[in-house]
Design a binder for this molecule. Sequence first.
Ligand SMILES: [Zn+2]
Length: 222
Amino acid sequence: MTRSYEGKGSPEHWGELSEQWQTCKEGMYQSPINISHPVSANLPPLDFNFHTNVKSIVNNGHTIQITVHDEDDFLLDGQIWNLKQFHFHSPSENHINGQRFPLELHFFHANSQGELAVLAVMLTPGKTNPALDILLDVLPTTVHQEQALQQDMMLEKRFPQDKHYYRFSGSLTTPPCTEGFICLVMKRPVEASHAQLARFARALRNANNRPLQPLHGRQITE
Ligand SMILES: [Zn+2]
């Protein structure tokens, strides 16, 4: 049985599909979540540095993943977190105050100890975002064909000007659902036109969002 987002391999069965995937059903710090009632911790705006010099892009059958050269980072808790790859979920996995968005970008970062932090950015229908076209133009049309790229996407332009975020402890949203992730979700979404959002959804082919998971008393800070 292979994992999927519908049918017998769907998210509610992930924990039973493999011994190694039990955290998917037994974990207490699972992602995604509905972000509401955050506690104020005066988190400063995130100071990041994103050229997103892209190395390769692939539709791996679950998402479209873009691997970048190791040169983008941000500082958090006094440590440097390096961007490794980013990918998409359509519709969004996390919700903000009960609101789901058409698209969520996940930027995976690691520190020198190999700990992981995921930075999520929501996309919302609005004005056409010319910066997104660079990305849309290279989206793969076939599955499992990794395509080498050499492109500076300057993704920073796609980030909201307001760099405040929510923070909580979460997990991978795909098996093995490993916990211990720092999850950061930018408060402000990025606008994209309906046509642009539709192109992302078409490239992904199917919805690839894991359903919301219980908070189990976790605190969300802002
Ligand atoms: Zn993801």
